[in-house]
Design a protein around this ligand. Structure first.
Ligand SMILES: [Zn+2]
Length: 164
């Protein structure tokens, strides 16, 4: 997707602050990042694979329920895109963004996939709607990506195992 930064974002300090608040080391594995975000969030975060045909215009989706959050990531995207999409949704979680109401009506099939819409408190999609909220989450995603360890090609990638 084309990303345009029209003006300096006003909430860069906030994005930096929430990432700094995670207390990550200089380099972390994805699992450590997930654990740190989970702790801040205060409930489990489940990463789930979803058929990209179900959410064709969206690269990631955060659904917050009462007792856990679910991040849906399209199965077709490559690992780098999925990692970035996950970090983007972490950004929304860490910045405590409110969900956008349009998703529910435009993507009823998502609820079919999850099984139920009961107990869903909020949902945020990574979409082409590039507003200030998205820009702030993207800043967090960028900062988080800087701390992630480069992948060792020899080892089985634990992040990919998340999706089995
Ligand atoms: Zn977003």
């Amino acid at each position: 997707m084309a990303v345009r930064f029209g003006k300096p974002a006003g909430n860069r300090a906030t994005s930096k602050a929430v990432v700094a608040d995670l207390g990550l080391g200089e380099h972390v594995a994805f699992e450590e990042l997930l654990a740190a975000v989970t702790q801040k969030h205060g409930k489990p975060i489940e990463l789930r694979d979803i058929d990209s045909a179900v959410i064709p215009s969206v690269t990631g989706l955060w659904i917050e329920k009462e007792n856990k959050s679910i991040i849906l990531l399209p199965s077709g995207d490559n690992r780098l895109h999925r990692t970035h999409a996950a970090c983007h949704e972490f950004g929304h979680i860490l910045l405590r963004h409110q969900g956008c109401g349009g998703v529910e009506t435009t993507m009823p099939s998502v609820f079919q996939h999850i099984g139920s819409r009961r107990g869903i408190r909020r949902m945020l999609a990574r979409s082409l709607d590039w507003n200030d909220t998205e820009r702030a989450a993207e800043q967090v995603a960028y900062l988080l990506s800087l701390t992630l360890l480069p992948k060792d090609p020899e080892s089985t990638n634990p992040f990919e195992r998340t999706f089995l």
